[in-house]
Design a protein around this ligand. Structure first.
Ligand SMILES: O=C(O)CCC(=O)C(=O)O
Ligand SMILES: [Fe+2]
Length: 287
């Protein structure tokens, strides 16, 4: 079978911990059915709350029509859409796309791939909203499962700088797992994985060259689970919609040790699995 990646692409991923593959997915076959599913779910949420549906018929460019109206009426309607769109069949099909498993196998020879339960979703980053913006982080503490893993990130609309593209520190996966504070006193509204902050964050991120690629639907960004990355700030009029699919490695020794436990989304407290990686002052006192 022909390889999906050129040797050059594999080298880039191994060096940078990030790789952008333009046009990886088939728009008509893989992506549009997801957009149609989202359009229809937004319609269901409108109907459920008695919001008149005056949207134009579906078009791929305006699949999220009505969403800004919904969140202006009630932000909780947006949370309903967020939870619902993960359950669109076409999205679930994409999560287990054979080409993603093949990519994982090419980049991680000898790995036993797994799909992180509860680790796949569609982010909806609303304009000027801070609460769910991901600060600088590595994927491992937020997901656990295994230290060795890859996020497959793919946008559902063309990303422009004002939508706040994700920023990556190239090569930062070489730091290994970085200790974290599990509470951010500066942002008490942030909870769970969103509250994790890196020890020595400023110093760490200043060491690396940063990129924030402006990708389009169909493009795929591969992210090593140890690469430092952060959400940009959405200062546009529209929400930024992007899919995250997360694959881990059952053969990873640390995952083997803790039994591939999930993190916050699985109801697990990171501090219980990795006390040695918690930089919280109160824990230091206990050690
Ligand atoms: O899309 C974002 O803003 C953050 C994405 C992210 O952290 C991830 O895909 O792991
Ligand atoms: Fe992330």
């Amino acid at each position: 079978m022909q390889a999906l990646l050129t040797p050059n692409q594999t080298d880039t991923f191994n060096r940078d911990g990030v790789l952008v593959i333009p046009g990886f997915f088939d728009l008509k076959h893989d992506i549009y059915p997801i957009l149609i599913g989202i359009y229809r779910v937004i319609g269901q949420v409108m109907e459920r709350h008695g919001v008149p549906d005056t949207r134009p018929p579906f078009s791929p460019d305006e699949f999220d029509a009505g969403y800004q109206t919904l969140i202006r009426l009630n932000r909780a309607y947006g949370a309903e859409v967020y939870d619902a769109v993960k359950q669109v069949p076409a999205f679930v099909r994409l999560v287990a796309h054979p080409r993603l498993e093949k990519l994982f196998a090419e980049l991680r020879p000898g790995a036993v791939p797994g799909i992180a339960a509860g680790g796949s979703g569609i982010r909806i980053d609303n304009p000027n909203e801070e609460k769910f913006r991901a600060p600088w982080h590595q994927e491992y503490p937020a997901q656990l499962r295994s230290v060795d893993g890859i996020v497959f990130w793919s946008p559902l609309l063309p990303i422009s700088p004002d939508l706040g593209p994700v920023a990556f520190c190239l090569g930062s996966q070489k730091e290994g797992v970085i200790p974290v504070f599990t509470h951010d006193p500066k942002s008490p509204q942030k909870q769970g994985a969103y509250a994790l902050t890196l020890q020595n964050e400023t110093e760490l991120i200043s060491k690396y060259k940063r990129i924030a690629p402006c990708t389009s639907p169909g493009d795929l960004v591969l992210v090593d689970w140890l690469v430092l990355h952060a959400s940009g700030q959405n200062v546009a009029e529209r929400s930024r919609w992007a899919m995250q699919l997360r694959y881990f490695n059952f053969a990873d020794p640390i995952g083997m040790q803790h039994g591939w436990k999930g993190s916050y989304a699985a109801g697990v407290d990171f501090r219980d699995v990795h006390p040695e990686l918690c930089a919280d002052p109160e824990l230091e006192d206990q050690q």
